[in-house]
Design a protein around this ligand. Sequence first.
Ligand code: DAH
Length: 339
Amino acid sequence: MNSQLQEIREQAMKRLSQADTLDLLNDVRVAFLGKKGELTAVLKGMKNISPEERPAFGQMVNDTRAAIEKQIEETKKKLEEKALECQLAAEEIDVTLPAKKNPVGHRHPNQIAQEEVERIFIGMGYEVIEGPEIEYDKYNFELLNIPANHPAKDEQDTFYITKDIVLRTQTSPVQARVMQQGKLPIRMISPGRVFRSDEVDATHSPSFHQIEGLVIDKDITFADLKGTLEEFAKKLFGEETKTKFRPHHFPFTEPSAEVDVSCFKCGGKGCRFCKGSGWIEILGCGMVHPHVLEMCGIDPEEYTGFAFGVGLERIALLRYEIDDMRLLYENDERFLKQF
Ligand code: DAH
């Protein structure tokens, strides 16, 4: 009997020394100490032993059980330590590794162009004033000398919210809003989003941006307008840039003009960029119509002024030599990162 216990003990120790996971360790425990385990089987055989020998044998079984239990405990402790070490190693943080970079966005070409235009005019003493994108028909059209049924309304077909409220088709309504406030003189520019029901193509979008300009003071003349815009063009496109004022019609200015700048690519000789003409159209302008001044509460006998409107996308496209306006709205990072 003694040798059977010895055998069980050795077997158990051998298997314990091989158990390298907590699961295997549990298997060993069940195999030797469990209800159907080897040691239990030996205990069940006690009934065949003479009563005199039982206490000593019982003691031996208990010793064997205690020895195996002790070894199980020690093995368990070792395995748990090992598991913890593995876990710690796996979760180790290398504080010397470079941090993951969060990509930082950067300014959109439209934004860069807008800030450049703003900088130029702020440098000339202008204020930057914003107006609402959802605008009364009255400001978008009527106070700008575009009464109901005026053909100019056709060119700027827009999105109506109600009969009297539209998504503004131009930044010009900010002129009327600022003039109505009656704080004179005025030197302001007003950048912002405008809307027209245009189909999307390389040069059109139903939503784009303009920068409006307005100066109202005593004795403002067309010469001031010319000088201002010439200076603007030089600052934006380079000192050698020439400007050309072509007569045009806008309902809210009289006289009105469109302004071309000499092509900054070929210097005016004519190239693919300026379609061979040497000139590139950049904006509309004119002297504020006396009727508009009157409607906005300013006495045209005392005050005069000029206004202009620039397409922001047009500036960005020219400035960065982008040939399709749609690129500005797709927000493909590979494109945007270039500016
Ligand atoms: N609002 C005009 C447009 O969208 C542009 C414009 C032309 C604005 C002449 C002006 C101006 O202030 O004087 O076509």
